[in-house]
Write a protein that binds this ligand. Structure first.
Ligand code: SF4
Length: 258
């Protein structure tokens, strides 16, 4: 198995376990990854630390045009679309016109598929920018990453490029006053000689403490199911994920295991 990059701006629709029939928008360059995390499990591969300087983004108008074309095509085919989802080759909120593109997507959704949800998968690192927060508040599903309850595990798993801390990320997530979904991957393994395991009692206890502060509507938990850049990682079995989900349910938060 090799890591995979999206080759177009619009992709799918695909049947997603979490979002239903979902049309994807990749705001990042095709065939290369751009992110401010360097997660050991990222299905797009390792982050190129110099990519931010040389990246060329698709223009807002081009993205709007391509999305409208796809929506017209799906409408003609009488497809029932559940979600238009921002995902793709990295962190969508890093597109410099992200908050304007959100407005375009809302307009197109309202016109062609008013019942369809708009979802954004994000790692939260751009939430220091109020325009990004405001844009995310306009859509239906803000699905934000929280893979660790301790600083040590956060740095080992997500490897943020701009020295952000877990406390900073949690304080940004609290700005949504609970109107968000948290997404967490569970895994074990080694990276650069360091042992990674966010499933220990201590890690889960600390992660639950963070969840109590954030108060999300829902938590989505999962494990590795694609090729990862770090090969020494191990998938967590479903029965273990369900045990973790039970602990989240005990603090009154709905949990989806996939
Ligand atoms: S935040 Fe997402 S895109 Fe960025 S490195 Fe992590 S898994 Fe990959």
């Amino acid at each position: 198995m090799t890591t995979k990059l999206f080759e177009s701006v619009i992709f799918g629709p695909i049947q997603s376990r979490r979002l239903g029939f979902s049309l994807g928008i990749n705001l990042l360059p095709v065939n290369s990854k751009l992110c401010n995390f360097n997660c050991v499990y990222c299905e797009c591969g390792w982050t190129d630390l110099h990519s931010i300087e040389k990246v060329v983004f698709y223009k807002r108008d081009e993205i709007k045009l391509q999305l409208e074309k796809s929506l017209i095509d799906l409408k003609i085919k009488n497809v029932k679309l559940d979600s238009i989802t921002f995902a793709g080759n990295g962190e969508p909120t890093m597109h410099p016109q992200f908050y304007k593109i959100i407005d375009d997507v809302i307009d197109l959704r309202n016109y062609y598929f008013p019942e369809c949800k708009i979802s954004v998968l994000s790692n939260s690192l751009m939430l220091g920018n109020d325009k990004i927060i405001d844009a995310l508040k306009k859509i239906d599903n803000r699905i934000l990453k929280l893979d660790a309850g301790t600083e040590k595990m956060f740095q080992l798993i997500n490897q943020p490029l701009n020295k952000r801390t877990l406390n900073w990320v949690v304080s940004q997530l609290m700005k949504f006053n609970g109107d968000l979904i948290i997404q967490t991957i569970f895994l074990r393994g080694y990276h650069n000689g360091n042992y990674i395991d966010n499933t220990t009692d201590e890690e889960i206890n600390e992660w639950l403490i963070q969840l109590k502060k954030i108060k999300p509507q829902k938590v989505m938990i999962y494990s590795i199911d694609r090729a990862t850049p770090e090969k020494k990682l191990q998938e967590i079995e479903l029965n273990e994920l369900y045990k973790i989900a039970n602990r989240v349910n005990l603090i009154g938060i709905e949990t989806l295991v996939s």
